[in-house]
Ligand binder design. Structure first.
Ligand code: NAP
Length: 242
C-alpha cells in the first residue's frame, strides 16, 4: 500500500541510488528514479520499483529544467548521483579531470536545487550523499574530496536557510560501499558495506530526520580519532595505509 510519500532519487541507475530505489519502494513510497540510462530506468519501472522515471544528465541545466517541469510535489529529494576520479600524477595536475568532478558532484547541485527545491512540500526533506572522504584529506583525492567538502558546506548552509521553509536537510557521509564506483579502486577499502546496507542506513536516518549520517561507525570513529592526532602523525598513517 503506497504511503503517498513521493521520493525523487538521482543516480538511480546504479549502486547506492539503485539500492535506495528498491529500499524506498519496499517501504511503499512512490519513487521517481532519475538517471541517464533509459534501459535501466525502464527496468526499474517494469519491476515496479519506480513509479516514474526522469532521464537527464545532472550537468545539463536544460535537461534538469525539462525533467523538473514534469514533477508536481515531492516529499523527499535525494541528491545521490556522482562520480569519482583520482589525480594520478600530482606534478602533471589534470585540471580538466578536476573541473569535471567538481562539475558533476558540486556545480550540478546548484541547478538541481534551483529546479527541484521549489517542488518540495513544507515538512519535506532534502538529502545529500557526500562522502566520508570530506572528513580528512586522502592522497589523489584533490578533485573528489574538494567536491564533497563543497557538498558539505552547501548542505550545512542550506539547512540554516531552509529552517524558515520547514524543509529538513540530511547530509550523508558513507564510507566505502561496494558499487561500480569502488569496483575500480585498487587500494584497501576497510569496513566496506554493500549498497543495500548503505541504503537501509540512509532510509532509517532520513526517516528519523537526522541532520547527519556517518557510516560505517567504525570507519567514521577511526577518522575522528585520526583528527585528534598531531598532523604529522595522521598524515604518515594515511600515507602508509593508502
Ligand atoms: N561507493 C562508495 O564507496 C561511496 C562512498 C561515499 C560516497 N559515495 C557517493 O555516493 C553516490 C553514489 O555513488 P555509487 O557508489 O552508487 O556510484 P555508481 O554505482 O557509479 O552510481 C553513480 C550514479 O550516478 C549517476 N551519474 C553519474 N554522473 C551523472 C551525470 N552526469 N548525470 C546523471 N547521473 C549521473 C550514474 O548514472 P549512469 O549510470 O548514467 O552513469 C549512477 O546512477 C555518489 O555521489 C558517490 O560520490 C559513494
Amino acid at each position: 500500500m503506497p504511503t503517498n510519500k513521493k521520493v525523487l532519487i538521482t543516480g538511480a541507475t546504479s549502486g547506492i541510488g539503485e539500492a535506495l530505489v528498491i529500499q524506498y519502494s519496499n517501504e511503499n513510497h512512490t519513487v521517481i528514479a532519475c538517471g541517464r540510462q533509459a534501459e535501466k530506468l525502464s527496468t526499474l519501472c517494469q519491476n515496479n520499483q519506480a513509479s516514474e522515471t526522469l532521464q537527464f544528465d545532472i550537468t545539463n541545466e536544460d535537461q534538469i529544467k525539462d525533467a523538473a517541469a514534469k514533477v508536481s510535489e515531492l516529499d523527499t529529494v535525494i541528491f545521490n548521483a556522482g562520480d569519482c576520479l583520482y589525480i594520478d600524477n600530482v606534478m602533471a595536475f589534470d585540471a580538466d579531470l578536476f573541473a569535471k568532478i567538481i562539475n558533476i558532484n558540486l556545480t550540478s547541485l546548484g541547478y538541481l536545487i534551483k529546479h527541484f527545491l521549489p517542488k518540495i512540500n513544507k515538512g519535506g526533506q532534502l538529502v545529500f550523499i557526500s562522502s566520508i572522504a570530506s572528513q580528512l584529506p586522502f592522497p589523489k583525492s584533490e578533485a573528489y574530496g574538494a567536491s564533497k567538502a563543497g557538498v558539505d558546506y552547501l548542505a550545512n548552509s542550506l539547512r540554516l536557510d531552509l529552517v524558515a521553509h520547514g524543509i529538513n536537510v540530511t547530509l550523508v557521509h558513507p564510507g566505502f560501499i561496494k558499487t561500480p564506483l569502488t569496483d575500480k579502486n585498487d587500494f584497501p577499502m576497510p569496513f566496506m558495506l554493500t549498497a543495500n546496507e548503505a541504503a537501509t542506513r540512509i532510509y532509517q536516518g532520513v526517516q528519523a530526520r537526522k541532520d547527519y549520517l556517518h557510516f560505517p561507525k567504525r570507519l567514521s570513529l577511526l577518522l575522528k580519532l585520526f583528527r585528534l592526532l598531531p598532523n604529522k602523525v595522521w598524515q604518515s598513517l594515511i600515507l602508509r595505509t593508502s
